[in-house]
Design a protein around this ligand. Structure first.
Ligand SMILES: O=C(O)CCC(=O)C(=O)O
Length: 259
């Protein structure tokens, strides 16, 4: 039996997102929280040289976040972003839950599905970097990923920099000239005061399915606890990177050739 109802998919189609609630076992969410801290602290048995890791900014400004490059950058919980988490067994097990296979099937049928960006997003306690409103698109890909699975590892609210979205913005690319979906300055100002912009307040463990084109962003963390999240973009495993002239991701997580 399907775990995601027709009504939920209808909401996804019209609003560009749908809340699934706390669908993963609490122990798995706790295991991811523990694991990501171990990864940041350099304690995980992982090939760090293959992981993309970026330190948080010191001043909250998007442009002053650290470089996003491969490898560990010091024993600290002040990372902003860590990618390629499908290489970690704790995160891979979560990504492969049957409900996510069901969600992937709606978009990709029985074709193999790859993780494009299995990403930890962090707003460290009392820090964090503003993420300006944007749509997730990558001009270098020959086709667009159709689904993002976003899981709050900690409760997220306005104080700690939860994601904010504008429902219904997923139908059109607002700034097609930008290679990764960020808005031009005047557009950004307009959308920042849009009446439909609202904070996606989530409990720890809550999952939201997002259309990658739904306009979203997030602020800084004014609380004394971290606001951690795990976000995975799923795409047709045949998607090519036109920049590198090869498959955009070899991390097949559903279907033939899955990890
Ligand atoms: O967690 C955040 O602050 C932003 C996440 C995001 O941009 C994404 O999942 O695509």
């Amino acid at each position: 039996m399907n775990e995601i109802s027709d009504e939920q998919w209808q909401a996804f189609d019209t609003q560009g997102y749908v809340r699934l609630g706390k669908i993963g076992p609490a122990e798995m969410v706790q295991a991811m929280r523990q694991r990501i801290d171990e990864i940041m602290l350099g304690e995980a048995n992982l090939d760090y040289d293959r992981m993309l890791m970026q330190l948080d900014s010191n001043d909250g400004a998007y442009d002053s976040a650290g470089e996003q490059t491969r490898g560990h950058k010091g024993r600290t919980l002040n990372y902003r972003k860590i990618q390629l988490l499908e290489r970690d067994p704790v995160f891979l097990a979560y990504m492969q839950l049957p409900i996510f296979a069901e969600a992937a099937k709606r978009f990709y049928g029985d074709e193999p599905v790859a993780a494009f960006r299995a990403m930890f997003m962090n707003k460290p306690a009392g820090q964090g970097t503003v993420l300006p409103l944007h749509q997730d698109r990558w001009r270098a890909l020959d086709r667009d990923p159709k689904l993002t699975i976003y899981t709050a590892l900690d409760a997220a609210n306005e104080e700690n920099g939860c994601v904010e979205i504008i429902p219904g913005t997923q139908h059109t690319l607002l700034n097609p000239d930008h290679p990764s979906g960020f808005l031009a300055k005047d557009m950004a100002q307009e959308y920042e005061s849009h009446p439909d912009l609202f904070p996606l307040i989530l409990e720890a463990g809550e999952v939201v399915l997002l259309n990658p084109w739904t306009l979203h962003g997030s602020g800084t963390n004014r609380s004394n606890l971290p606001r951690r999240a795990f976000s995975v973009c799923l795409m047709d495993a045949g998607t090519m990177s036109m920049r590198y002239k090869r498959l955009a991701s070899r991390s097949v997580i559903f279907g033939e050739g899955a990890m």
